[in-house]
Design a protein. Sequence first.
Length: 404
Amino acid sequence: MRSAVHPSATAIPEPVLLADTTLRDGEQAVGVSFTRTDKLAIASALDRAGVAEIEAGIPVMGADQVDDIRALCELGLTAPCVAWCRLRREDLDSAQATGVDRVHISVPVSDRQLKAKLGATRDWVLATLPDFVRRACDLGMLVSVGGEDASRADPAFLARVLEAAQGAGAIRFRVADTLGVLEPFRTRELFGWLRGHSDIGLEIHAHDDLGLATANTLAAIAGGADYASVTVLGLGERAGNAALEEVAVALATTFGHPTGIDLTCLTGIADLVAGTANRAVPPDKAVVGKHVFSHESGTHVHGLLRDPATYTGLDPARLGRQHTLVLGKHSGTAGVVHACTELGLPLEPGQAQRILALLRAHYRYSKQAPGGEELRRWHALTTGGPVALAPATADRSLAKDPVR
């Protein structure tokens, strides 16, 4: 398949809008169940951050879902709420009961899923989808159509589905990498090819089974997608989805392309969703992790203190955060000098090296950074000369708070 993709990574369509599906696909993650209060808080936070759309849930699941989605609609958010539907009349009826004015209609488009799930054929999709889209449009709804398992579908058939959906009134088509099997080169080629066949809005919905959800999302945008489906923290079915925070920051920095997202909101949203999902944010989670702007290594700390740009790829200030210098096993004297200066502890010639020796002895027994009290004690011990260290008596105490 030959494609007419964009010639460079920065040649991406205007605008790129992020459609968040934390309340739908995110809640499909194992063990995650949001209360109505949770959903209202998450939706409000997403709206403040500037997401373009909130996929609010699956109304056909029952009265509780209908009531939850209706409550979300009644918040009066700037971001519209969308109800997720299958190609079934009862799904559309349930969506209508919520008060949404947008629906997403999902239908399998790979031969395997059509046969196994629906006992249907490609011809059935092309015959059934247009009437269903028109019915939703007649109800006054904006309609997007999603091709489930699109990454394993015949591209020529996908193009026909796009044509049928747009001809019936759909404004957007979602290419769902349902199983997370795409890779970025193929993704960009696929979206470039689809864009060459249709001017309908194109959306990428990527799963992270191979750890490529964010990369595939960016590749799709480079190929012509103008919407990206994301979730906070990448929360979602199986290995999860493309992470809102990663996609938003990558577009704003690497691509130099704002999305309307307030990047300073991302850490707070991640903490909110993690708390309501009863999950911890990994400390090294890209963009929002506790330690992603923390530095311990002596060479890194030395460079940062000389010139922050030496070890700054993403400026933490753009996220409302800052660099943190932490003392640890791999610290050097520059880190010790900085920590002592922060605590107002004057240093004699050679004293930083003596404190560093105590620090390294400490880490032979502890995996936690020393606190301010420990550093003050080591400073006192090393004032006036070196301290003899014996392995059996080296400091084994742990600190609650690292020196920052």
